[in-house]
Design a protein around this ligand. Structure first.
Ligand code: MG
Length: 275
């Protein structure tokens, strides 16, 4: 090796030969120039994040900020104390309807923990008729598709990321509403991604339908946007920092065919590359 590098000219010519071979291979069609998609994208809007991740970004709708439950129909039957919303009488639902969205919600199970299984710290976050379970499952056994962050009776969470009763749990939920055709057939199912305390627990799970206790899931046609609901299951679960962002895909517009640009030359692509 030492001798090789000592013969400077010879090693240089070897490197040059290898470099030339690599460059030749790069000049094969498909590797030459810059790919231009031909799609013009709108500029992504600027969103100012909150001071901390629990704080609402600038485009969020605050559903509970600590002071009143006025965003909720039925909220007057729940209690606001210590800037927390405590489960009271009956299920509450947002006055505004939401479709595809990102929901941030924090909840804390009652202390001392009482009851077992489904009777301990039970509530739920519903998008229309679809429940993401809220349950104190810290050292509390229950059926797995009924524990915290389960899609109730359909899908258990990937892991149990539960904090102790009295501590605060966070759900960050990415929700996609189901879509129905004009003849009421399902065209795409609901899908959900959930992070529980920052841990992925549902990874784009496609729902089989609604989430009742007493029958199989099924889809019934409904508008894309429905209220978000919080369940009264008889346990004084506490909520705080509840906000939601509506999510819409940015739509690009095709303004020219896909092409390759080499210097000033733009060559339209055909075949598979042109799709
Ligand atoms: Mg529940």
């Amino acid at each position: 090796m030492l001798a090789h590098w000592q013969n400077h000219d010879r090693s240089f010519s070897t490197v040059s030969l290898v470099t030339a071979m690599v460059l030749t291979s790069l000049q094969l069609p498909g590797n030459a120039g810059e790919y231009l998609s031909g799609i013009e994208w709108p500029e992504p809007p600027i969103v100012t994040p909150g001071m901390a991740d629990r704080d609402p970004p600038s485009d969020a709708v605050v559903l509970f900020g600590g002071h009143d439950a006025s965003a909720w129909q039925g909220g007057e039957k729940w209690t606001v104390e210590n800037e927390e919303l405590v489960v009271g009488k009956g299920m509450i639902q947002t006055k505004q309807a939401f479709g595809d969205c990102q929901l941030h919600i924090e909840w804390s199970a009652p202390t001392p923990a009482t009851g077992t299984g489904q009777q301990r710290g039970n509530s739920g976050v519903f998008f229309g008729p679809y429940e993401i379970q809220v349950l104190d499952c810290f050292e509390n056994g229950t059926y797995f598709d009924g524990q915290a962050a389960a899609i109730y009776k359909q899908q258990q969470p990937l892991v149990n990321a539960m904090r102790k009763p009295g501590e605060w749990n966070t759900y960050d939920i990415i929700w996609r509403s189901p879509r129905f055709a004009e003849d009421d057939t399902l065209t795409s199912p609901a899908a959900v991604t959930v992070l529980h305390n920052g841990v992925l627990v549902q990874n784009h799970f496609e729902l089989l339908g609604d989430t009742p206790y007493n029958r199989p899931p099924r889809y019934q046609p409904h508008p894309v946007k429905l209220p978000i609901r919080l369940q009264d299951h008889g346990n004084p679960v506490r909520f705080r920092n509840v906000w939601v962002r509506e999510v819409a895909a940015l739509v690009g517009k095709r303004v020219r065919s896909p092409a390759l640009r080499e210097g000033k030359t733009v060559t339209p692509l055909s075949g598979n590359g042109g799709k």
